[in-house]
Design a protein around this ligand. Structure first.
Ligand code: NAD
Length: 356
């Protein structure tokens, strides 16, 4: 394992995004997003995504500096087509606009279509909660092979379709649930494969539909599938993420022809707490629920009962202090992707030593 300061990973990401063609603001947004995902402990959605982004760029499936199309801007409704724009930039801009509309109308329903990979959904939830808004998003993943097997299926028919919901809490710490609807996110199988470790039970099936802990078939040979979580209930949520993001929000669906990219679409509902009631009372209520849930006696082998969003905050505190570990395979893939963009070895090395 290699260990980097967050600033070093931001500098490397910024360098790569700039060389991919992004303007300064976009490169900064992408770098902040990816490194925050690493800090939150979600290496699957951190700097390890960069080689994929370079491949998508080369295949014409990710467009830096894209101008999104506003399909509809009417009262509390905002419909945006990101036209394969760089996901972190497209989504943050769309959510910022939607927050503005929620402040005006009390709430905004954002239908956001066809963005290149948007990364960690929780980042957009944090944008909303930092502005005193509640946030709920149903997201789908399309334009590639299906990788998620729904309940009772022995082969995949969906993407990892994340669901995210958040409400501001005391001390700037929202209650924030942000999850793939598969037992593990696809990138976690990639990270396990790169580290040479098995994935936990109940995450993967092999091509026959039998359970497996070995990520090699899924990552290297593109066989088998991730399982949706929580039996028929998690599977149902995965299907509804697909429906909300496609049938309702108008994004590309898993059943439509794929070009081998990563397209995320999202139906998000943003509520301004100051318009619906008293934000201070909401925050106090979230704090009381958090305390109540955490007051339960921990299960055997568990030291502390945690609530949604806490593991990410604990990880960020640890990694801000001790640095972020990146496995050697992921780092050499990032370096190789950088070199294909014409970045010189020395320039890459210099960025990877930055400490800002
Ligand atoms: P995860 O399983 O690590 O965590 C899911 C949720 O459970 C989080 O809200 C977390 O705070 C909470 N949690 C975790 N451990 C807990 C504990 N011990 N007690 C209480 N709560 C706990 O997350 P994941 O499903 O692997 O998803 C990882 C990331 O992948 C998310 O940020 C998601 O947005 C992202 N994702 C993105 C896409 C995409 O296409 N853009 C697709 C899938 C997932």
């Amino acid at each position: 394992m290699l260990t980097f300061q967050p600033g070093a990973l931001r500098a490397v990401t910024h360098l790569i995004a700039r060389r991919m063609g992004s303007d300064e603001a976009e490169a900064t947004e992408v770098a902040d997003h990816l490194v925050r995902a690493n800090l939150a402990g979600h290496d699957s959605h951190g700097v390890g995504m960069l080689p994929t982004y370079v491949r998508l760029l080369n295949d014409g499936l990710l467009v830096p500096n894209q101008t999104p199309e506003t399909v509809l801007d009417a009262g509390a409704l905002l419909v945006i087509d990101a036209r394969r724009g760089y996901g972190q930039r497209m989504t943050a801009d769309a959510v910022r606009r939607a927050i503005g509309k929620a402040k005006e109308h009390g709430a905004c329903v954002l239908a956001f279509r066809n963005s290149a990979h948007v990364g960690r959904i929780g980042t957009y939830a944090e944008l909303a909660t930092s502005q005193g808004c509640a946030f709920t998003a149903f997201v789908n993943v399309a334009d590639n092979r299906d990788i998620a097997a729904t309940y009772g299926a022995s082969e995949p028919r969906l993407g990892t379709n994340p669901f995210c919901t958040a409400v501001p809490g005391p001390d700037g710490q929202p209650m924030l649930l942000d999850m793939a609807t598969t037992t593990i996110a696809a990138g976690k199988a990639r990270v396990a494969y790169n580290k040479g470790v098995p994935v936990p039970d109940d995450c993967l099936i092999d091509p026959t539909g039998a359970p497996t802990n070995d990520p090699a078939g899924f990552i290297r040979d593109h066989t088998g599938a991730l399982k949706t979580f929580g039996l028929h209930k998690g599977s149902g949520l995965a299907v509804m993420c697909e429906i909300m993001a496609t049938a309702v929000a108008g994004g590309q669906a898993a059943h439509e022809p794929a070009k081998g990219g990563v397209l995320n679409s999202m139906l998000a509902i943003i509520i301004d707490l100051a318009k619906i009631g008293d934000p201070a009372a909401v925050i106090a209520s979230v704090g009381a629920t958090r305390a109540h849930v955490k007051s339960a006696r921990p299960a055997p082998g568990v030291t502390e009962v945690l609530t949604p969003g806490e593991p990410e905050r604990l990880s960020a505190a640890r990694r801000n202090a001790a640095g972020i570990e990146v496995d050697e395979t992921s780092w050499s893939d990032i370096r190789a992707a950088a070199l294909t963009l014409g970045i010189a070895e020395a320039e890459f090395e210099q960025a990877s030593r930055a400490n800002t």
